[in-house]
Every structure is written in structure tokens, then in C-alpha cells.
Design a protein around this ligand. Structure first.
Ligand SMILES: [Zn+2]
Length: 75
């Protein structure tokens, strides 16, 4: 993990990274997009790439990134 990554805690309920605020989740989304674009530029394709484009809050109060649309997210 690089020094510049957004701080997170592991969420045992969702078994994924959990951010403590919308602000951190937004920052993490931005980082993910930047990394994706770099990879896409190198490989020349974006097909089949995992896209996290939004976040949601879970029962434990964490914010999680997801590529799913709202209807697919358990609320
Ligand atoms: Zn969670």
C-alpha cells in the first residue's frame, strides 16, 4: 500500500475495504479511476476492467466502493 492511498479499515461484514467518510470514499474513487486510466493507456483497452463508480454506506457505518448499480446493492 502506498503512502498516498486513502486510509481505510477492513469491514468484516462486507469483507471489503471500508472508508470512514464520504470524503474518503470519494478520494478513493478518484484514485481508482486514475489507476484504471493508467492501465488502460498501457494496455490499449478498457474492456473487462473492474469499474468502481460509486459508493454506499453499510450497516457498520463504513463507506464501500462498488461497481454495482444501486438496485444491486443490499441496503
Ligand atoms: Zn461494510
Amino acid at each position: 500500500m502506498s503512502k498516498r492511498s486513502v486510509p481505510y479499515e477492513w469491514c468484516g461484514l462486507c469483507e471489503k475495504r471500508g472508508f470512514h467518510s464520504e470524503h474518503d470514499a470519494n478520494k478513493a474513487l478518484g484514485r481508482a479511476a486514475t489507476t484504471r486510466n493508467r492501465v488502460a493507456d498501457r494496455t490499449g483497452t478498457r474492456r473487462g476492467m473492474h469499474r468502481e463508480n460509486r459508493f454506499y454506506d453499510c450497516d457498520l457505518g463504513f463507506y464501500h466502493l462498488t461497481s454495482m448499480s444501486r438496485k444491486d446493492v443490499r441496503q
